[in-house]
Write a protein that binds this ligand. Sequence first.
Ligand code: ATP
Ligand code: MG
Length: 329
Amino acid sequence: MADYADKLIGAHETIRNLQGLIDRVAKSPARTVLIYGETGTGKGLVARIIHAKSSRAGKEFADINCAAIPANLMESELFGHEKGAFTGATERKIGLVEAANKGSIFLDEIRELDLTLQAKLLSLLDSYQFRRVGAVRMTPVDVRFIAATNKVLLSEVKAGNFREDLYYRLQVIALNIPPLRERGEDVLILARHFIDKFNRQYGRTISGLSPEVREIFLRYPWPGNVRELENLLERIFILEDDDEVLPRHMPDRILRTVRAGRDTVPSVEEAAGEAPAKGFHDATANFQRDLIAQALSATGHNIQDAAAMLKISRHALRHQMIKLEMREA
Ligand SMILES: Nc1ncnc2c1ncn2[C@@H]1O[C@H](COP(=O)(O)OP(=O)(O)OP(=O)(O)O)[C@@H](O)[C@H]1O
Ligand SMILES: [Mg+2]
């Protein structure tokens, strides 16, 4: 069973629906599940819960980040290899897929899986067997693949980076995790959850958020989602001695964004931030930096996606970043 640490916290309608879907999917015979969500929304957590609530719970949960393993090593990592399959293959090696037989395999950042391996994955999903690198015979296997992405896969299909047939296969059971800013007061419930957790972990007795901080949390758009909230609170536990979370514990970035998001334009002093204000130029430059930083953080630092989010060209975004001294020319 999922323990306390593996619980999807939240009461918003979208999260309650998601909790229901997770239960059904976990107990279903589905061989693939696709999880979509912005960075930090809880994709890894949802994958672990699906495994923990399934009949596969007693077996392996293999966690593979497709972006972290070099493409040329990925096939042998996943499928293993026979002795002598390639230079350096001095022993037979069992791959992650075989080791996770009867269990689940979490393929994080599935978009990064290269096209040849996408084809091999699809063939495995169709036949329940695969070939070790250098092997003649196929090996049968029973695993569930839980894939995750923070990219809209359909545009990857159109760009030729992702196989259309695999896309439709994964799309059959797709779970969408909404960004934190669309979950209403869940941000406060999650803050409570993390404060309780860090109180235990750090032996503290922080009572909660001050009323002003509750307002700030409800207004801030949380580009880094739940992870950003968790990291922010942990930083406060480490650096601050107060018994309540206060506005002055908030980083400038958050205060500036919240002020800028109000209906009124921020004053020049406000927008120029803590640095000695130099007027209109600094204020607008700071505002632009914030917008760009948010878009980058929300898209996992993908320039193309960040530009699309800001509705400017990739070239224009690069140019702005150089001008704002956010990157080298
Ligand atoms: N609804 C939730 N309830 C409790 N904890 C949560 C929830 N959502 C996320 N978390 C916690 O927030 C952190 C970030 O979640 P997770 O790593 O699953 O996000 P992710 O979507 O996989 O992020 P990335 O795209 O960066 O890999 C983890 O510590 C996770 O346990
Ligand atoms: Mg993750």
